[in-house]
Design a protein around this ligand. Structure first.
Ligand SMILES: [Zn+2]
Length: 336
C-alpha cells in the first residue's frame, strides 16, 4: 500500500462513524412509531418533545442538545429539517432509546398537571378597565373575580386531588410580582406540572372594538427559567441554552393551552362576541411565569353591547365554563 493510499484509508476510517450517523438519521415520526413514544413538534418555535410513559425528551431543531425530563441536558448532534420532516441524527435517536429504556423499568408516575393557578386580573385599588352600562360603572376587577371564582369552583369539583389555587379570593391587590411568585413557588415534584391562567377584560377608546382574545408569551422573548445554580454540575454556560429550550417547551404548551381555551370561548360566546385570535405578547404576568401560561381578554368592557353582556352573570358563566372546559381539554391532551 502506498503512503498516499494508507493516508486515504485512514481518513476514510475516521470519517466512517460520521457518515454512518448521517445515513442512519431517522424522521421524528418514524422514531416515535418504532419507540412507541408520543411526539410533539411546533413549527412556530422549531421545538418539540418525545414522551414515553411519562418521561420527556425535548429538543429544538438546530440546537445540539437534548433535555431529559426538563432537567438533564446532554450535548448531542442537533435535529434538523429535511423539507418539512424533523430528522433525528442516529446519535440522538440511540440516546433517546436508551433513556426511555432506562426509565421503562422504574414504572414512574405519569407526568401530570398537579397545580392550576387562576389569576383574576387587577383588584383592590387597581380597578383595571372601567366601562359604563346603563349609568352604572363596570369594573374589570369585579368581572375577572366573578369569572375566576366559578372557574376555580368547577376545577375543584372536577379535580379534587389537584391543587387549584387563585391569586386572590376577594377585592385585594396582589402586585404582579406577588402573583408570579405564587405560581413559581408552588411546590411540585419532578413529574408534576403547573399551568397559569390570567383572566382580564379589555378596554379601548374605540367604542366599536369588541371580542375576546387569548395571549401567550411571544416566543421571541427569553426568560430566565433556570438559574446557573440548578445546572451547576454542567457549568454555568449551559444555563442560557437550557433556558432557551425550556422556554420553547413552555411556549409550545402555552400555545396549545391558548388554542384549547380559545376554541371553547368560540363555541360558547362566538356568536354573540367575536374572536380576535390567539396572540403572542410580552405580558408581564405571562412573561415571568415559569410554566405554560396564558392571558385571556374576555371582551371589551368599553363596547356598549359587549359591556352589557359582560354585566350579566349568565354571560360571565358561559365564559367561566368555556375557560374551565379549555383547561380540561389541555389536561386531557397533556396527560394522554
Ligand atoms: Zn386587565
Amino acid at each position: 500500500m502506498t503512503n498516499i493510499r494508507r493516508a486515504i484509508l485512514a481518513i476514510a476510517l475516521l470519517l466512517a462513524p460520521m457518515g454512518a450517523y448521517a445515513a442512519e438519521a431517522v424522521s421524528l415520526i418514524d422514531f416515535g412509531k418504532s419507540a412507541a413514544a408520543a411526539i410533539a413538534y411546533d413549527p412556530l418555535t422549531s421545538s418539540g418533545y418525545l414522551e414515553k410513559d411519562g418521561s420527556f425528551i425535548s429538543f429544538a431543531v438546530g440546537q445540539p442538545f437534548m433535555v431529559f425530563d426538563w432537567k438533564g441536558l446532554k450535548k448531542i448532534e442537533a435535529p434538523y429539517l429535511d423539507g418539512d420532516a424533523v430528522m433525528l441524527p442516529a446519535a440522538f435517536s440511540s440516546e433517546a432509546s436508551s433513556y426511555f429504556s432506562s426509565k421503562g423499568g422504574s414504572k414512574k408516575e405519569k407526568y401530570r398537571v398537579a397545580t392550576i393557578l387562576i389569576d383574576p386580573g387587577h383588584g383592590g385599588k387597581d380597578t383595571g378597565a372601567i366601562g359604563e352600562v346603563n349609568g352604572l360603572r363596570l369594573l374589570e376587577k369585579d368581572l375577572t373575580l366573578e369569572v375566576s371564582r366559578r372557574v376555580v369552583d368547577l376545577l375543584k369539583s372536577s379535580y379534587p386531588g389537584r391543587n387549584i389555587i387563585t391569586t386572590r379570593e376577594g377585592d385585594t391587590y396582589p402586585t404582579l410580582d406577588e402573583r408570579v411568585s405564587m405560581a413559581n413557588e408552588a411546590g411540585l415534584r419532578k413529574d408534576e406540572a403547573i399551568i397559569y391562567v390570567s383572566i382580564h377584560a379589555n378596554a379601548s377608546f374605540n367604542k366599536n372594538a369588541k371580542g375576546y382574545e387569548v395571549w401567550y408569551l411571544n416566543p421571541e422573548y427569553r426568560r430566565t427559567v433556570v438559574d446557573a445554580n440548578t445546572v451547576k454540575e454542567k457549568g454555568t454556560e449551559i444555563a442560557p441554552i437550557l433556558n432557551a429550550m425550556l422556554e420553547e417547551e413552555f411556549t409550545t404548551e402555552s400555545i396549545i393551552l391558548a388554542r384549547k381555551v380559545y376554541d371553547r370561548l368560540g363555541a360558547a360566546i362566538g356568536p354573540q362576541s367575536q374572536g380576535r385570535g390567539i396572540r403572542a405578547e410580552e405580558w408581564f404576568v405571562v412573561r415571568n411565569a415559569k410554566m405554560p401560561s396564558i392571558l385571556i381578554e374576555m371582551g371589551f368592557i368599553t363596547n356598549p353591547e359587549e359591556g352589557l353582556m359582560l354585566s350579566s352573570s349568565g354571560y360571565l358563566r358561559k365564559i367561566s365554563d368555556a375557560i374551565y372546559n379549555g383547561v380540561v381539554d389541555f389536561i386531557d391532551h397533556f396527560e394522554r
